[in-house]
Write a protein that binds this ligand. Structure first.
Ligand SMILES: Cc1cc2nc3c(=O)[nH]c(=O)nc-3n(C[C@H](O)[C@H](O)[C@H](O)COP(=O)(O)OP(=O)(O)OC[C@H]3O[C@@H](n4cnc5c(N)ncnc54)[C@H](O)[C@@H]3O)c2cc1C
Ligand code: FES
Length: 267
């Protein structure tokens, strides 16, 4: 069930220019999975709408969440100033998340660009089965391709614990010069299925790549969100099929997504 709860900031640090990592002690960690997100209230008095931020990691005993965020405006800037010990309000857990069972016994390729990288970390951890004592390996092979603007990368070393990591950068300063599609061809990578998160041009290229090979691709869509719980219809995307409730080709990214099978959405 979605609820608004108070948590406590454990740590909040800059891990790359304008990119922050925040660990929060919260009961929401108990039910949080990869690809889901929380609504973060940066400052309870002055910022009414929660900011949607993906779950980057859940700690082993499920008492804390890690969020990795880029300073984009007022809300995320306020977040970056929060110190350890500060109370923080969260709405969650929101969204559907990635379907891990689809990867059972398969070769999975995890594709992420820029601030789409954080949710891939918890996903890689769970697919690899290296997240805790009781966890089992799900995917038979994990290839992770991440793209950055330049050498200011983040989360790279952590991702390397869970799969083979390939890097692309727009300026060529690290990895393959270009985008993640360039890194896929340079390294001759293939997969049984794809999980991805990143900017829209990247998601369109992935949808095409998956259709050409007739494989499933799960893409995480991003849209400006107000309520985050399906009430305002501020975050709809176009779907291939007609929704049987509303009789239109629409889905709400905050509740029906943010993760969709690429064939289901018109992007
Ligand atoms: C499902 C989902 C997961 C996300 N995960 C992450 C993440 O892990 N790390 C990260 O850095 N960013 C993430 N974002 C983007 C993040 O929500 C925005 O950067 C953030 O809301 C900007 O808030 P602001 O107050 O700093 O900017 P402002 O521009 O001042 O925001 C004004 C309003 O617009 C909304 N808004 C602005 N940009 C976005 C956006 N791109 N998406 C949704 N709402 C927006 C804000 O929530 C706020 O209500 C995610 C977005 C979505 C939809
Ligand atoms: S943000 Fe209100 S319906 Fe999705």
């Amino acid at each position: 069930m979605k609820k608004k709860v108070a948590g406590q900031v454990i740590r909040n640090e800059e891990i790359a220019p304008d990119i922050f990592s925040m660990w929060i002690e919260t009961e929401l960690a108990e039910d949080a999975g990869p690809g889901q997100f929380v609504g973060v209230f940066p400052n309870r008095e002055s910022t009414i709408l929660p900011r949607p931020i993906s779950i980057c990691e859940v700690n082993a005993d499920k008492t804390a969440l890690r969020l990795v965020y880029r300073i984009a405006g007022k809300g995320t800037s306020e977040l970056s100033h929060m110190k350890a010990g500060r109370r923080i309000f969260l709405l969650g857990v929101l969204g559907n998340g990635y379907d891990l069972e689809q990867a059972r016994g398969k070769s999975a390729m995890l594709l992420a660009g820029g601030i789409g990288v954080p949710p891939i970390l918890q996903l890689a951890k769970e697919l690899s089965g290296l997240e805790g004592m009781d966890s089992e390996r799900i995917a038979s092979e994990i290839n992770i391709v991440v793209g950055y603007r330049d050498s200011n990368s983040f989360l790279l070393e952590e991702l390397q614990q869970y799969g083979n990591v390939y890097v692309a950068s727009e300026d060529g300063s690290i990895g393959t010069k270009g985008n993640i599609m360039d890194a896929i061809s340079a390294n001759k990578l293939n997969a049984d299925l794809i999980y991805s998160c990143g900017p829209m041009p990247m998601l369109r290229a992935i949808k095409q790549f998956a259709e050409d090979r007739d494989i499933s691709a799960y893409i995480s869509l991003e849209e400006r969100m107000a309520c985050g719980v399906g009430a305002c219809l501020g975050c709809v995307c176009k779907t291939a099929k007609v929704d049987h409730h509303s009789h239109v080709n629409n889905a709400r990214i905050c509740t029906d997504g943010p993760v969709f099978e690429a064939r289901e959405v018109d992007i």
